[in-house]
Design a protein around this ligand. Structure first.
Ligand SMILES: Cc1cc2nc3c(=O)[nH]c(=O)nc-3n(C[C@H](O)[C@H](O)[C@H](O)COP(=O)(O)OP(=O)(O)OC[C@H]3O[C@@H](n4cnc5c(N)ncnc54)[C@H](O)[C@@H]3O)c2cc1C
Length: 454
């Protein structure tokens, strides 16, 4: 079928083509669905489970004919439910999940709904890995389109840097290919610009050798927060490419609150042991578990720590340095969260992603930096206290905002953070807006994360 035939079809013909793939609000099947990591108040009118590019073409056309707001769901892990449009038409890609590994070229071709752990499992027999974050259930496409900070990023780059090609279904149902040879401007935009061009039905991603990995966590008493943050700040600013490390605040198994550093070392194990030892010496560890492992085992074990089905409120800022005032504010907030589920996290990006020139991809910051985020999380039984939990995040960021760089990581910002969302693209914003206008002139895939040109 050629590209224009879909638009010539009637609503009835499109519905017939998508028979058994459409779930309507109000149906029994709809009531039983759990389609997002987060709980939100978004109730789509129609969810269409697409398993082929043709399904996606038909679904995009049908949504247009029904004049319904369109959203695309990959792994469903956006904290604000942005993949599930309220009263809209959701193109669900869970079943668009083929994975083909070319071990010689070290390239994976994946369907738009493939999740991180599934890709890692498919690449593993070939001794290869992909750049992935710390959650196996995240959609590889949704994660790569916003940038994709990964466990091995200082060596292997942002996930966006791994994108070498894509197939995209545009709002008019047309299929376009993005590569260095075809539509290179679209490829540029897909690399960390936040999406908003069309439905990415497949991605070609570079893969990397599965080297030995040292990973786990070291927990320190919460009372040592400022000392640990001081040491982390210093250590990460001269960290080698083999090291990535996240700071998080978690309860230890006995319930006491701790500050935790979770390192990942992707390289020579002996050298890694020495570096991990220097992290240990930042304070007085109360508990630790750092072992030789694989990305596959690490992602599987991390899944046990991630809970679904809660409400969230999140924000984030980029910082080139964690100033002492920021450490004090984080220590204060971490010692009195309004919900036991809420947390603060710090990541550091250095190495390979910081060596890519800013204009080479759409990602908005190419200097070594920290990403400081706070996530308020509460259960569906605790909705009455939602504003209190949100205020905990806002109060922290009011104190630390003036120490931040403009912008922040798109995935962890909310749609209300308009000024910083625009800054998040840095000097790439005008080009991103013009690429978006070219491929989605009517803003059908409009997302607050890529502000429209004014
Ligand atoms: C527990 C958890 C851990 C996380 N850890 C990390 C981490 O380590 N590093 C990191 O960088 N981020 C991390 N994130 C953030 C995550 O990468 C982003 O929220 C990402 O956008 C999720 O993608 P998804 O496909 O799972 O989500 P979805 O909610 O399905 O989609 C997110 C956005 O991407 C769009 N999208 C998804 N697939 C497609 C497609 N095929 N075509 C077009 N648009 C598409 C959606 O429309 C939506 O706007 C984490 C999030 C969670 C909840």
């Amino acid at each position: 079928m050629n590209n224009t035939d879909w638009n010539q079809k009637t609503v009835q013909e499109l519905e017939d083509f998508l028979k058994n793939k459409i779930v309507l609000q109000g149906s029994e099947e709809y009531a039983a669905l759990k389609i997002g990591w987060a709980v939100t108040n978004n109730k789509p009118a129609i969810i269409c489970f697409c398993s082929t590019t043709e399904d996606v073409q038909a679904a995009v056309t049908l949504a247009g004919k029904k004049k319904l707001p369109l959203s695309v769901r990959g792994g469903g892990h956006d904290w604000q439910g942005r993949s599930v449009a309220h009263q809209g038409f959701v193109i669900d890609l869970e079943h668009l999940n083929t994975i083909v590994i070319d071990p010689d070229a070290k390239v994976a071709t994946i369907g738009g709904g493939v999740t991180a752990l599934k890709l890692i499992n498919a690449a593993d027999p070939y001794g290869l890995i992909a750049t992935v974050g710390n959650c196996g259930e995240i959609g590889m496409t949704g994660y790569s389109l916003v940038g994709g900070y990964g466990l091995t990023s200082p060596s292997t780059g942002l996930a966006a840097d791994s994108i070498i090609g894509a197939e995209v279904v545009l709002a008019n149902g047309q299929i376009v290919t993005a590569s260095e040879a075809e539509n290179p401007d679209l490829l540029w935009g897909l690399r960390g610009g936040g999406g908003s061009f069309g439905v990415v039905t497949s991605l070609r991603l570079s893969l990397y050798p599965a080297k030995p990995l040292l990973a786990g966590f070291i927990m320190f008493p919460l009372s040592e927060t400022e000392t640990i943050l001081h040491g982390y700040n210093k250590l990460m600013k001269s960290a080698p490419d083999e090291l990535s490390a996240i700071v998080a605040f978690k309860p230890a198994p006995d319930g006491t609150k701790v500050i935790m550093i979770a390192p990942t070392w992707y390289g020579d194990v002996e050298e890694g042991q020495r570096v991990i030892d220097s992290i240990r010496k930042l304070g007085n560890p109360v508990m630790e578990q750092v072992t030789e492992t694989t990305i596959k085992d690490l992602l599987e074990s991390l899944s046990n720590f991630i809970e679904n089905g809660h409400f969230h409120y999140c924000t984030t800022r980029w910082m080139s340095d964690v100033a002492p005032e920021v450490m004090t504010a984080i220590a204060d907030a971490a010692s009195q969260p309004t919900s036991a589920l809420s947390g603060i996290g710090l990541m550091h990006l250095h190495g390979a992603p910081a060596r890519v020139p800013l204009s080479e991809t759409a990602f908005g910051l190419r200097e070594a930096h920290f990403a400081v985020s706070a996530l308020a999380e509460w259960t569906t039984e605790d909705t009455a206290n939602a504003d209190i939990h949100k205020k905990w995040v806002d109060d922290l960021f009011e104190k630390i905002d003036s120490y931040a760089l403009p912008g922040g990581y798109l995935a962890f910002m909310g749609n209300d953070d308009k000024e910083q969302l625009a800054n998040a693209h840095g000097s790439n914003l005008p080009r991103l807006q013009s690429v978006r206008k070219k491929f989605d002139p009517n803003g059908v895939f409009s997302r607050e994360q890529v502000p429209l040109a004014r």
